[in-house]
Design a protein around this ligand. Structure first.
Ligand code: ATP
Ligand code: MG
Length: 429
């Protein structure tokens, strides 16, 4: 027999049960973003490869070895998006969203990177990304961080640490680059293979090395902070001041450089120690040069992206995810006449009680089998319609989670009765 085809390594199905957790997370996130006035933008999942090369940078992990790139039937080189910022900037430029206006945007969806799969690191993973355009000051940097801090509060996530750094301007990084090359050249024998290759092409990325053998060397390296100019310093101090005023705690981490080339000035990460090596759940920063780099007019921009799998893993570890039942009520139908009347009755109940989550039994079967399903659905009550009862216009309610006696009533009174007894969710807007 042929072997069953399996999912691609590092790509996962979200199964029933888990999907309710995803929906909980996504709904809360969307709600917070709405309340700050951010608008959703949806971009294609595939873009021209050139877009990622030009924005993320040729000498980065993503572009060098992680992209899913292929030629389509016209011979164009396309890539499954490894992140959302490049596509978001492309879409904003192409649709004229950047001229003389400011934008606060967000998006969500799958991203693709050919990495070594492990806990918290997958080949298809999901991000919510937030990007703002046309705002140059530290006030918007602060707003983004406050927004993310509120997300953690409203999701019930605890213990995330905010790490903050400034990368300065392009010019300041150039000066620093030369200093770094001198330093690492003097210790060339201690550089791993990746770092040797990057020494002259992108030495800042050596600071981002994940190799523990490099940690000591990186820790001793000269700090970019000592090479910041007055304006960069002022921007960073203003941001820190605003965070202080709003009571947001942070740690200054001069080694925080981020893996992508397009950042400038502010960079930050929210980190947990509960996920082992994959501890960053959210990362972002300012990228004032990117729009121009992609051929647009210079436009200040700042944003962040969070990894939803990692966030969910923290929420699972911290028991922050609600146990949601599938249904409020389960309609048990005994006999063919009841089964037929049941469908119509269920529709009437749904009309009368818009938030009611009602599961109608399908497929026949005895009492025992039907009650087993009712129980598994998590419903608080079973509504029992048998042929005799139907003939008398009656129905019964059996409480599945509480020690309450079974009740009988006229079918016509059922909706009113349920409204009083079963807590029905507000229907989602
Ligand atoms: P890392 O340093 O962990 O590789 P990164 O710097 O490559 O992360 P970003 O490109 O900044 O990550 O993406 C933002 C967020 O997306 C990360 O902080 C993380 O939560 C999530 N993320 C990135 N890559 C993956 C992946 N392969 N699997 C799951 N989540 C990921
Ligand atoms: Mg990475």
């Amino acid at each position: 027999m042929a072997k069953n085809i399996q999912a691609i390594r590092g790509m996962h199905d979200v199964l029933p049960g888990e999907s309710a957790q995803w929906q909980f997370l996504e709904t809360r996130v969307r709600d917070v973003l709405n309340r700050y006035g951010y608008e959703e933008i949806r971009m294609p999942i595939v873009e021209f490869t050139e877009l990622f090369k030009r924005s993320i940078g040729e000498v980065t992990d993503i572009v060098e070895k992680e992209m899913y790139t292929f030629d389509d039937r016209n011979g164009d080189s396309l890539t499954l998006r490894p992140e959302g910022t490049a596509g978001c900037v492309r879409a904003a430029m192409e649709n004229g969203l950047l001229h003389n206006q400011t934008q606060r945007l967000w998006y969500q969806g799958p991203m693709f990177r050919h990495e070594r799969p492990q806990k918290g690191r997958y080949r298809q993973f999901h991000q919510v990304g937030v990007e703002t355009f046309g705002l140059a000051g530290p006030d918007i940097d602060a707003e983004l961080i406050l927004l993310s801090a509120r997300l953690w509060r409203e999701l019930g996530v605890q213990g995330l640490q905010l790490q903050l750094n400034s990368l300065g301007t392009l010019q300041e990084r150039k000066t620093y680059r030369a200093v770094l090359i001198d330093y690492f050249s003097a210790h060339a024998d201690q550089l791993d293979e990746d770092s040797q290759r990057r020494l002259h092409s992108n030495p800042l990325r050596i600071l981002d090395s994940k190799n523990p053998k490099m940690a000591e060397l990186v820790a001793q390296a000269p700090s970019l902070n000592d090479h910041l100019g007055d304006q960069s310093r002022a921007h960073f101090e203003a941001l820190c001041g605003r965070l202080d005023e709003c009571g947001v705690e942070y740690i200054l981490n001069p080694r925080l450089v981020r893996g992508l080339d397009y950042y400038s000035l502010t960079v930050f990460e929210w980190v947990t120690d509960e996920l082992g090596a994959q501890g960053t759940v959210c990362a972002g920063g300012r990228y004032d040069g990117l729009v121009e780099q992609l051929g647009g007019r210079a436009t200040p921009a700042v944003g962040f992206a969070m990894g939803l799998e990692r966030l969910l893993a923290v929420m699972q570890a911290q028991d922050a995810l609600p146990q949601t039942a599938r249904a409020d009520a389960y309609l048990v139908l005994m006999g063919e006449k009841a089964e037929r009347a049941g469908l119509a009755l269920a529709e009437r109940l749904r009309d009368a009680l818009p938030g009611l989550r009602l599961l109608t039994h399908c497929g026949g079967g005895g009492f025992k089998a039907q009650f087993k399903r009712a129980d598994r659905s998590g419903a608080r009550v079973a509504l029992i319609l048998g042929e005799d009862e139907l003939a008398r216009g009656q129905i019964s309610i059996k409480y599945l989670r509480e020690e309450l006696p079974q009740e009988n009533m006229a079918i016509d009174d059922l909706a009113q009765h349920l409204a009083a007894r079963v807590q029905i969710q507000e229907s989602s807007k």
